[in-house]
Design a protein around this ligand. Structure first.
Ligand code: G
Ligand code: G
Ligand code: MN
Ligand code: NA
Length: 255
């Protein structure tokens, strides 16, 4: 189809770029990391989000090139942060089932880390709860376990939206869960959402897993989350995802 062809051309023309959304310690007012999010600088449509084209890319078999681009961009940004005097700031990348099923995954990650000379634990891996239960290939389980053993930090994304969140926590060594935006939204006003969110935070605490709230958009949501014991947060309240060149400016507000 037309979009698949444009994707192919876009790859040749380097129209794809990693954007970075800050993750902050809301109590300390410090930036602790970034999530890398894929963007397409489309010549006519402007900046497109991953959700608008990833499915098509997958069907067209173009994700391999995009995955490599994102891993390299994340490692490049980690090197830059380290050179700026921020050697502890992490970057998380989102991983698809296909990527996680690739027997070359670990060696590809290692190649990028070596190329940019960055520490392994700073490149964090975000997995969807649904992905973790989708054990279609033998390489999948081996890859996740090998990444954990090798010292990569694995995070569970969109936590609470799947049907097997707790099973996933039992099965894999997850270092952090990201509470889905659907819980965070209106957490300051909706009592049921408060109870659910508090339960998730309690679960994480009792398992010694760190917890980050996604999609924080207001000061009130932030205040409520801090009250409930969740100080790590990400969302438009702090910043939307931005190109690497804008990060320096953001860091003057959240050092
Ligand atoms: O920010 P955005 O609207 O692009 O995100 C839409 C969805 O695409 C989110 O679920 C996000 O996790 C996913 N996504 C963004 N970048 C990547 C990427 O590089 N790889 C994969 N597999 N998913 C991504
Ligand atoms: O599935 P994942 O959590 O990786 O997807 C991240 C998605 O959430 C991206 O599309 C990103 O642009 C979006 N996002 C990040 N922060 C906010 C926010 O505060 N509000 C809303 N509505 N979306 C957000
Ligand atoms: Mn994510
Ligand atoms: Na998420």
């Amino acid at each position: 189809n037309a979009l698949a062809r444009e994707l192919q051309i876009g790859l040749e023309r380097n129209e794809f770029e990693a954007y970075f959304q800050p993750q902050v310690d809301a109590v300390a007012g410090e930036c602790v990391g970034f999530e890398a999010l894929l963007r397409w600088n489309h010549p006519r449509r402007g900046v497109m989000n991953a959700g608008q084209f990833l499915d098509v890319a997958q069907r067209a078999g173009l994700t391999d090139a995009l995955d490599t681009l994102m891993t390299d961009a994340a490692c490049h940004a980690l090197r830059w942060l380290s050179d700026q005097g921020m050697p502890h700031t992490s970057i998380s990348i989102n991983m698809s089932t296909a990527q996680l099923s690739d027997p070359r995954l670990l060696s590809r990650l290692e190649t990028a880390l070596v190329k940019f000379d960055v520490a392994r634990h700073l490149l964090r891996i975000e997995l969807l709860e649904s992905t973790l239960l989708d054990e279609r290939t033998t390489h999948f389980l081996a890859n996740v376990n090998a990444m954990v053993s090798a010292g990569f930090v694995v995070e569970l994304d969109d936590f609470g939206t799947g049907h097997a969140a707790i099973a996933a926590l039992r099965k894999f060594h997850v270092s952090q869960i990201k509470i889905d935006r659907s819980f965070v939204r209106h957490v300051d006003t909706d009592e049921d959402l408060q109870k659910l969110t508090a339960a998730i935070i309690g679960l994480a605490n009792s398992l010694d897993i760190s917890v980050l709230a996604e999609g924080v958009e207001t000061h009130e949501e932030q205040a409520r989350l801090i009250d409930m014991g969740c100080r790590l947060a990400q969302g438009w309240f702090y910043s939307k995802a931005m190109p690497l060149s804008h990060i320096k400016d953001f860091l003057t507000r959240y050092p």
